[in-house]
Ligand binder design. Sequence first.
Ligand SMILES: Cc1cc2nc3c(=O)[nH]c(=O)nc-3n(C[C@H](O)[C@H](O)[C@H](O)COP(=O)(O)O)c2cc1C
Length: 149
Amino acid sequence: MRIGIIYTSISGNTKELALLINNQFKQRSLDVYLYSIEQFACHRLDEFDAIVIGTYTWGNGEIPDEMMPLYQEFKKIDRRNIVTGVFGTGDSFYPHYCGAVDMFRDLLNVKTDLSVTLKVELLPQQQDIARCNKFVDLLLARFENLILH
Ligand SMILES: Cc1cc2nc3c(=O)[nH]c(=O)nc-3n(C[C@H](O)[C@H](O)[C@H](O)COP(=O)(O)O)c2cc1C
């Protein structure tokens, strides 16, 4: 099983979360690849069995500009055989808390086999490690389910 984590981060919160999730996959000895969005070519989605997207939220609950090509790529495809998950950091001071996670969730739910989402308030804390663990477990459970059917 080949897993790709693609994230964006400006001030480091989402990067920290991406690293925690990456570690959880690695602890299970899985074949996981971590990319910042600048390192990832969108046409490569088909090389992965599972894609995990990490994003902060910008503007008024919006997806950051640099993630739009990836969002548009998912709009074009129809891949119910790719298991996906989406995580993000945000600030609940804003009316649309982690709005970018919600937008990816809604799209991936239609275009892929979306298994799990995770929202974290700003910088991940100790208690978020257990949530990352659960995130990875749920994604893997969905993958196993897909294989069996
Ligand atoms: C101009 C601006 C707009 C933002 N808008 C939102 C928003 O609508 N919803 C939200 O949950 N967080 C919002 N945030 C908070 C960021 O998403 C949050 O700080 C995030 O953790 C940053 O991630 P990063 O450290 O990975 O760059 C905004 C931050 C800035 C500076």
